[in-house]
Design a protein around this ligand. Structure first.
Ligand code: PMP
Length: 454
């Protein structure tokens, strides 16, 4: 339970930071008026308007761990496109590969000569033998779900309460009074998603086994840690037990590593020697160009081919025209081989550990009942004493007012956090000075938040 006086202070801070933001960003305000003439809510994607800023922050340039806004202010970027730019904005090898491909064609509905190389790169990086490409992680999850149902002949999908796997219909659910129902915020959803999707609490093996034992679950889809409702880390052995249970009940296990690619080079599954039936990756694999991929074993490839070869010819419902285009292939190779190197990860993990220690020290110094969770290069600040075990606990710790106040306070001082929760990501170009800046301003924020309360 958060101190109500703290929330009153947060409200006051938020009001003064909103005024401060408007003073600092006249050009963004001007661009917002102009963009409103032809874009819904004045932004290319409506949710870009959901950030806590009074008007959207328009960006003119992004490079490494920094970007410059329309008003010429430099920011240290700890959002990094919510993982899309996790290997740094416009890294030199990716920029070079894109420039080289730019005069050689973008898309042709045929594999470019780079294709065999890219297959090898994905296999080396993530450790699975076979791959297919998609354009977004949403699509990759959707396609995996289709394959899983096709190869098992089962209909049900098992996920965890609080999951997010993109805008794939089947996973846009919540658990209300123990029942899996359509997420209340979904627009235009006409099917009852609870008919084929079941969600149970994360870190609850008994609930998982109860569902798997029914024998109708085609696939269990999860991230190694929930990263979209704050962050919920797996209890020791939880994902390993999911592997054992899914094998026991003939259900396929899909690990969505779109965010947990932050864990180590190759992702969480490789680092922890867990082999899923499908592995989904997206966001940063082509340096931030739209690209995603899903990997699987040779045994799964045999089952997939059997399902496809036995189906009538025609649309499979899997694949989109631009997926695996020539430009993307070039960018994937340059990202995974030359940017997301072992040395880059060593740097990211070391800085993230340092940031974790320093943020925890600030929280302790101000005696706040808050905590930091970390998965490799990814950190999350949550307003509860102990890290949450499931989405219900994570949700209970959320406070929109304090969260918005932190975000805007930092933003007005040149530091960007990930919106909609308190996530901080370190990229290969992040420096000691960048984290020192974040820690200094975070301490100043806490001092201001607690003014008159200590
Ligand atoms: N999987 C996870 C775990 C995600 O967090 C997201 C997006 N935040 C996606 C998939 C979907 O990615 P995209 O929006 O790029 O399709």
């Amino acid at each position: 339970m958060l101190n109500p006086d703290l929330i009153t202070n947060a409200h006051a801070l938020l009001a003064s930071e909103r005024a401060n933001y408007m003073k600092l960003h006249p050009k963004s305000a001007e661009l917002s008026v102009k963009a409103n003439q032809h874009f819904l809510y004045g932004v290319p994607m409506h949710w870009m308007n959901d950030w806590g800023t009074p008007v959207p922050l328009f960006i003119s340039h992004a490079e490494g761990a920094h970007f410059t806004c329309a008003d010429g202010i430099d920011y240290t970027d700890f959002c990094l496109g919510d993982t899309g730019a996790m290997f740094g904005h416009s890294s030199a090898p990716v920029a070079k590969a894109i420039a080289a491909q730019a005069s050689r064609g973008y898309t042709a509905m045929l594999p470019s000569t780079l294709a065999p190389d890219v297959g090898e790169t994905l296999s080396d990086f993530f450790g699975l033998d076979y791959w297919q490409l998609a354009t977004t992680a949403t699509d990759a999850n959707r396609f995996v779900l289709r394959w899983a149902r096709a190869v098992t002949g089962r209909s049900k999908l098992l996920v965890f309460d609080g999951c997010y796997h993109g805008t794939i219909d089947d996973t846009e659910i919540d658990v209300v009074n123990g029942k899996t129902v359509n997420r209340a915020s979904l627009l235009g959803q006409v099917y009852d998603l609870g008919l084929h999707t079941v969600a149970v609490p994360f870190n609850d093996l008994a609930a998982v086994e109860h569902e798997l034992a029914k024998g109708d679950v085609a696939v269990l889809l999860t991230e190694p840690a929930l990263t979209n409702c704050g962050m919920v880390l797996p209890h020791a052995g939880f994902i390993e037990s999911l592997r054992a249970l899914t094998t026991k009940y003939g259900t396929l296990l899909t690990l969505d590593e779109t965010h947990t690619i932050s864990t180590a080079r190759g992702g969480w599954a490789k680092a922890n020697s867990v082999t899923p039936d499908f592995l989904v990756v997206g966001k940063p694999i082509a340096g931030g160009l739209p690209a995603a991929a899903y990997g699987f074993s040779e045994a799964m490839a045999v089952r997939m081919k059997a399902a496809k070869d036995n189906a009538p010819a025609g649309h499979s419902g899997i694949g989109t025209t631009l997926s695996g285009n020539m430009m993307t292939l070039a960018a994937i190779n340059a990202t995974l081989r030359d940017t997301a190197t072992e040395a880059a990860y060593l740097h990211m993990l070391a800085l993230a550990a340092k940031l974790e220690t320093q943020l925890n020290a600030a929280i302790r110094a101000y005696n706040l009942p808050w905590n930091i969770s970390r998965m490799g290069a990814r950190l999350e600040l949550q307003f509860c004493t102990n890290p949450p075990s499931n989405a219900a606990e994570a949700r209970a710790a959320q406070n929109d007012t304090i969260e918005s106040a932190i975000h805007l306070y930092l933003l007005n001082r040149g530091v960007l956090l990930t919106p909609f929760h308190n996530m901080m990501l370190i990229c290969p170009a992040t420096t000691e000075a960048d984290i020192a800046k974040l820690v200094r301003i975070f301490n100043e924020f806490l001092k201001d938040l607690l003014k008159g309360l200590r």
